[in-house]
Design a protein around this ligand. Structure first.
Ligand SMILES: Nc1ncnc2c1ncn2[C@@H]1O[C@H](COP(=O)(O)OP(=O)(O)OP(=O)(O)O)[C@@H](O)[C@H]1O
Length: 131
């Protein structure tokens, strides 16, 4: 990295707080990554479903945890994809492993969220159908 580029970067970063840079990172991921958009839409739908079903404080804590976990891991997955693409545009088995493992982390969190969402919502939906 050239020192000129580094100087410019340090100056630029000191103008923006780390909080604003983090928000910028989230907005970049939302704009550029289809999966981040999909997770956000699903999260909004789950929140609406939660409001309609009048969830308890504990149920909301589980839902909030799952939404935060999946979106955080999706952002880390996106960052790993960027770094891999920065390092190589060629096919490389390690690049494949890095991307696939990062995607696996999101998948595990998504499965956990589906299980928790099912435990919370299925009984409520069944009760609503039966009554
Ligand atoms: N440089 C590479 N070398 C080897 N395999 C790669 C490389 N880049 C991508 N792949 C493989 O292609 C898959 C898709 O890669 P891509 O870069 O399109 O990430 P994707 O964009 O994972 O998916 P998404 O944007 O839907 O999250 C990766 O999961 C990986 O298996």
């Amino acid at each position: 990295m050239s020192s000129d580029y580094k100087d410019k970067r340090i100056r630029k970063n000191s103008q923006l707080s780390s909080f604003r840079l983090a928000v910028l990172g989230i907005l970049t991921a939302i704009k550029q990554e289809r999966n981040v958009k999909i997770h956000l839409v699903i999260s909004i739908l789950v929140i609406i479903l939660g409001i309609l079903n009048d969830l308890s404080k504990h149920e909301w804590m589980f839902i909030a945890f799952c939404i935060g976990l999946v979106i955080s891991l999706e952002l880390i997955n996106t960052a790993i994809e960027r770094v891999v693409d920065l390092v190589t545009s060629e096919y490389h088995p390690l690049a494949k492993e890095a991307k696939d493992i990062a995607a696996g982390a999101v998948f595990v969190a998504a499965i956990l969220s589906v299980v928790i969402g099912g435990v919370i919502f299925i009984p409520k939906i069944l009760q609503a159908i039966m009554s």
